[in-house]
Structures are given as structure tokens and as C-alpha cells.
Design a protein around this ligand. Structure first.
Ligand SMILES: Cc1ncc(C[n+]2csc(CCOP(=O)(O)OP(=O)(O)O)c2C)c(N)n1
Length: 560
């Protein structure tokens, strides 16, 4: 670095060294740094809200395996913090940078400013103030270390100066140091003692109805190949959390689908019938276990997790293996040299899966108008390119995409909101920035799309060519059941709680310089998706669907 350098140049050089290609922000933050970032070739994506910037950084991080960076000035800090909830829940390494006014403005009614730290406490694993430029080399490196290590999660740095200008303007003589270990996650691949792995292998060998449940940690570890090998060697069915959908293809003979509350009937049934559950990188929270009923709490469990605090958190009969998913499964594989071949359990599992697939087939082929979401999902499955990234929103968008869209190629990726409505569209733009050569398809409801509709302009401005498929039923479909339950028989304007004006998002997209295609008949979905994927503009496929359609309620084990 040049002699007489400053904080701005130091930050830009450090980001460059860590392999950062994009930062996502709302002005005004680190303005001098933005100039330096241009010089080193890092794209500065200015968004229309801080929350969208955080979601873009999140989508970028989940797909690139590198930290995603988002920034906001002092008054934007609360908006940015709100955008960290989803990456926090999804274990995604987002680095958030904000500015904070100088001490002279503190404790005397500073304009536009609250204390930032507490707003970030619950959405980060490392949340610090950076007050003098000499801290830059220490704190920037620690931010990358924290974000990518053990179980990844967001971090926050609050820099001095309402736009961080105190830090970026200050001279610094230190050279940037890049620790390559922390440019990507997982930064380390720890493994447990051999004896524990042997005990786990013995349990797996003896079980007659074992099942694997893979979670987001298995995706973070890129353990798909090893999980498929273990499953095939032992004829073990594989269920996944929503986050791990696609870790083995949905069409694999041992794949039983997504288990839990946003689930495939087949997965809940198979996991309920298992006599041993092998969790691989799964949080065992309420959603993946359908409120801790699937599997039954009495069932023995083997749990692999990089974070030892997770081992046995929800299931008391747990053998915990602390380590990286991919590495631990590789160690387990060493104990199984001959394939188990076909088993009674495998036949039973395949029967359950075939029955479930046959039961949804008519809906997937429906030609009803308005269009059924199941048909839309089938058309997406048929068209989705073999290297595509599918980004899904929460609520029914997560249920429809998790259960009805088939990922048939191991190179396809699936990410979904950890619960924040509206996440998917900006996250898909971030994902596309991470993999510009791959097709990125966003699957969202109209209620979710409204949140960050303005980012269509960002997509156009930066040429971020995603395809956004809107399941447009002019309302909050998932809210209807709850609203009806609240009203019961009483009269009233229940539709006010979930219904919207009819909106043609294709026209809106068109007006913003994107490609917009409105689809009102199921036989036209396929051509619209093809045209959108081939387009040289960001595209919106606005599919008019039926507000009354509901995915099936998740299967629960019968009470004993
Ligand atoms: C930030 C946030 N607010 C509210 C919710 C609750 N919520 C979940 S799904 C949903 C309705 C979603 O509507 P839409 O995106 O149109 O999809 P649809 O259910 O109609 O398929 C709502 C309000 C949420 N998950 N996140």
C-alpha cells in the first residue's frame, strides 16, 4: 500500500484482499472508501432501503460462501439492523458497517441518532465500536474471522463519524493483512475423536429404520456428495430441513423431501417411523421437527454440528459429534465398505414417497384458471436450468417451493427466507451478484414482493439479470386461515386483513425498464419462463393464481 495512506484506502485494500466483489448500501456512508472501492474494482450497489441492502448481502453470502457486506449511515442503522434478523437466523456471514456521530454530539439530542449497539446485540455474534483508525487492522480481520468461523453469523462495526468519515479520513501506516482462512466459510473443518465416530457408525449399522435429516449446516459445509454416498452405502433415506433442500436431488431414490412444518407428507412419515435419526448440521428447532413431534422425542439421535452448543439441544438421547458436516460424514463412510443393498425399510420408504407423489400429481397437472400454485411449481421444475439458484420467500412461498418444486440436479441450489417476508427478491439480486454466470430465479408471493419492489430499479441500473416469478393471488394467502379462525362466525370485513388491489407487476416491471410478462393461463407458463431466462434484462413473470389455494397441512404422527 502507498505510504501516507488513509482509512478509506485501508478498508478498500482489505476488502479486495478478502475477495469482496460487491458492497450493498444506502448513502451516505464511507464516501471516501466508496471512491477507493471503485479504484480496486469492487461494485457499490446503492439500494432503495437499508433492509434490502442487508438482504442482498445475505443472498450474496449464502451463495458465494464469502461474507456479504452492507453499510448505512447513522440514521440508517436501525433499518440495517432489521435486515440482519434473517441472516442471523440462517447462519449467514453478513458484515454490517454503520457510522456514529462524534463524542461532541453525544448526550445532547443529536439529530438522527440513537445508540446503535443494543439494536445489533441480538442479530450479530460480534458487535463493536471502531473509534480510532489504529483499530481498523484489528477489527476488520476479527470481523471476517467471526463471521466465517464455527457457525457463521452477522457481525456489526460502528465507525466513528456519522458516515464513518473520522475513520476513513485518518492516516494509517499499517499494511492490510489478509488471512485467507477467513475469506470463505467454513473457515475450519474440525472433526471429532475417532472413538465417537466409531460409536456412531455402530449405531447406524445396527439401526433397522435409520434416517438422515440434513440441515443448513450441511449446505454451508457443501456436504451433499458425502451425504448421498452415506445414504447409498447404508440405504438410509434422506430428509432435509427447508434450508437443505436440494442437498441431494429430489428425484434421488432415497430422498424423502423436506421434513417439519413446511414439509412433504413423505418426509414427516418416514422420520416418524425411524428408529434412529442422524441430524447433519440441523438446528433441531420447532420448524424442522414440527414442534418437536417429528421425530418423537424418545427416538435416539446422532447429531453432527460444528457448534457444540447445538448437540442435544432438543433431543435428550443424542450422541453428539462436534465437527464439520462434510468431514464427519467422510469419517463415518470409512466404517462402511460394503453396500447394505435393498432393505425392507428402503422399500417401505419408497412406497411412502411414491404414494405421496401420486397424490399430488393431479394438482401439478391442473389446468385451472386462475392457475394453481402446484402447476406453477411443476412448470418451474421442468424449466429450471441444471446450474440454477432458486431463491424462495417465506410462508406459502417456502411451502410451495419446498414441497412442489423438484430440484433434479445436484448443481442446483435453493435458499429461502429464514422467516422475513419480502426477503427473497433482494436476496436473489445479491445471489446473482455472487454468481453472475448462473441463472437465479426468485419465487415469491405478491405480498412479499411489495416489500422491496423498488429494487427492480436497482436490478435494472446494475444489470442484475434475475428472473422473479410472482405467485400473484392479490393477497396474503397464508394469512387467510388465521383471519378466518379469529372471525369464526362473526360478520365483518375479514378480506381487509389479507386482500390487495389487483396489480399487474409485469406492467410495473416494464415501466422500470425490466422485462415483464403476465401469465393468466397455465399452458403459457413454460414459454414465459423460457423467455425470461433468455432475456438480457431483469425479468418478472407475474403469474395470476388462486387466492383460495392452500398447501396441505403438515402431516403429524397420530397421538399414541
Ligand atoms: C416481516 C414479516 N411480517 C409478517 C409475516 C407473516 N406472514 C407470513 S406469510 C404472510 C403472507 C404472505 O403473502 P404472499 O407473499 O402474498 O404469499 P401467499 O401466502 O399469498 O402465497 C405473512 C403476512 C412474516 N413472515 N414476516
Amino acid at each position: 500500500m502507498e505510504i501516507g495512506s488513509d482509512g478509506a484506502r485501508f478498508i478498500a485494500e482489505t476488502f479486495k484482499g478478502y475477495g469482496v466483489t460487491h458492497v450493498f448500501l444506502v448513502m451516505a456512508i464511507l464516501r471516501k472508501t466508496l471512491v477507493e472501492l471503485e479504484k480496486v474494482g469492487i461494485k457499490r450497489i446503492v439500494t432503495h432501503s437499508e433492509k434490502a441492502a442487508a438482504y442482498m448481502a445475505d443472498g450474496y453470502a449464502r451463495i458465494s460462501r464469502k461474507p456479504g457486506i452492507c453499510m448505512a449511515q447513522s440514521v440508517g442503522a436501525a433499518n440495517l439492523a432489521a435486515g440482519l434478523q434473517d441472516p442471523y437466523l440462517a447462519h449467514s456471514p453478513v458484515i454490517a458497517i454503520t457510522g456514529r456521530k462524534k463524542p461532541i454530539a453525544q448526550y445532547r439530542n443529536a439529530y438522527q441518532e440513537l445508540i446503535h449497539g443494543p439494536m445489533y446485540d441480538y442479530v450479530t455474534k460480534y458487535n463493536v465500536n471502531l473509534d480510532v483508525v489504529e483499530q481498523l487492522p484489528i477489527i476488520l480481520c476479527q470481523a471476517f474471522r467471526e463471521a466465517t468461523s464455527s457457525s457463521p453469523r452477522p457481525v456489526h462495526i460502528d465507525m466513528l463519524g456519522f458516515a464513518g468519515e473520522v475513520i476513513e479520513a485518518a492516516p494509517i501506516s499499517a499494511e492490510p493483512v489478509v488471512e485467507h482462512q477467513y475469506t470463505r466459510y467454513p473457515s475450519f473443518r474440525p472433526e471429532p475423536e475417532e472413538a465417537l465416530v466409531k460409536t456412531a457408525a455402530d449405531l447406524l449399522q445396527k439401526a433397522t429404520r435409520p434416517v438422515i435429516v440434513a440441515g443448513g449446516g450441511a449446505i454451508a459445509s457443501a456436504a451433499g456428495l458425502e451425504i448421498a454416498q452415506l445414504a447409498e452405502q447404508l440405504s438410509i433415506p434422506v430428509a432435509t430441513s427447508n434450508d437443505a433442500k436440494g442437498i441431494i436431488p429430489d428425484t434421488h431414490s432415497l430422498c424423502v423431501g423436506v421434513v417439519g412444518s413446511y414439509s412433504c407428507l413423505s418426509a414427516n412419515k418416514v422420520v416418524s417411523e425411524a428408529d434412529l435419526v442422524l441430524y447433519i448440521g440441523s438446528g433441531t428447532g420447532d420448524q424442522v421437527t414440527h414442534n418437536w413431534t417429528v421425530p418423537n422425542p424418545s427416538v435416539p439421535v446422532i447429531q453432527i454440528d460444528i457448534n457444540p452448543s447445538e448437540l442435544g439441544r432438543s433431543y435428550r438421547k443424542t450422541l453428539g459429534l462436534m465437527g464439520d458436516a462434510k468431514t464427519v460424514v467422510q469419517r463415518l463412510l470409512q466404517f462402511f465398505t460394503t453396500p447394505k443393498g435393498d432393505t425392507e425399510w428402503k422399500s417401505r420408504v419408497q412406497q411412502i414417497v411414491n404414494d405421496w407423489k401420486a397424490s399430488i400429481e393431479p394438482l401439478k397437472n391442473s389446468s385451472d384458471t386462475p392457475i394453481r400454485p402446484e402447476r406453477l411449481c411443476k412448470e418451474i421444475s421442468d424449466i429450471l436450468p441444471s446450474n440454477a439458484v432458486l431463491v424462495a420467500d417465506t410462508g406459502y412461498s417456502a411451502v410451495w417451493s419446498s414441497t412442489m418444486i423438484e430440484l433434479r440436479d445436484p448443481n442446483q441450489r435453493y435458499i429461502r427466507a429464514a422467516g422475513s417476508l419480502g426477503w427473497a427478491f433482494p436476496a436473489s439480486l445479491g445471489a446473482k451478484c455472487a454468481v453472475p454466470d448462473k441463472p437465479v430465479v426468485c419465487f415469491t408471493g405478491d405480498g412479499a414482493f411489495w416489500y422491496h419492489l423498488s429494487e427492480l430499479e436497482t436490478a435494472k441500473r446494475w444489470g442484475i439479470k434475475t428472473v422473479t416469478v410472482i405467485n400473484n393471488n392479490s393477497g396474503f394467502g397464508q394469512s387467510i386461515i388465521g383471519v378466518n379462525q379469529a372471525y369464526r362466525e362473526s360478520p365483518g370485513r375479514r378480506e381487509d386483513m389479507y386482500g390487495f388491489e389487483t396489480t399487474n407487476f409485469a406492467k410495473v416491471a416494464d415501466d422500470l425498464g425490466c422485462l415483464g410478462i403476465r401469465v393468466e393461463s397455465s399452458d403459457l407458463i413454460s414459454a414465459a419462463l423460457k423467455e425470461a431466462l433468455a432475456s438480457d434484462k431483469p425479468a418478472v413473470v407475474d403469474v395470476v393464481t388462486d387466492l383460495s389455494c392452500k398447501p396441505p397441512i403438515p402431516w403429524s404422527p397420530p397421538p399414541k
